[in-house]
Design a protein around this ligand. Structure first.
Ligand SMILES: [Zn+2]
Length: 72
């Protein structure tokens, strides 16, 4: 199935890590505008698509110290 003989080191996890380096607002705006975030690997042209739920999880599951601590 794979047309390329070499294996790119990219993975969905790696793409997610890359997206985490962007600001949450930036990712959310992409979701708002396009309904999802699509990232295409520049090396192997594989595309990774994160829907709104996936994109939201990037930041809720991110650093242990959440930026918005919830107090009751
Ligand atoms: Zn790749």
């Amino acid at each position: 199935m794979e047309p390329l003989t070499f294996r790119c080191g990219c993975s969905r996890r790696r793409i997610e890590d890359m997206l985490r380096t962007l600001s949450e607002a930036e990712v959310r705006s992409m979701v708002t505008e396009q309904g999802a975030v699509t990232v295409i690997c520049e090396f192997c042209n594989r595309s990774y698509r994160l829907d709104a739920v996936n994109a939201g999880q990037l930041f809720t599951q991110g650093p242990r110290q959440a930026l918005s601590a919830v107090h009751h």
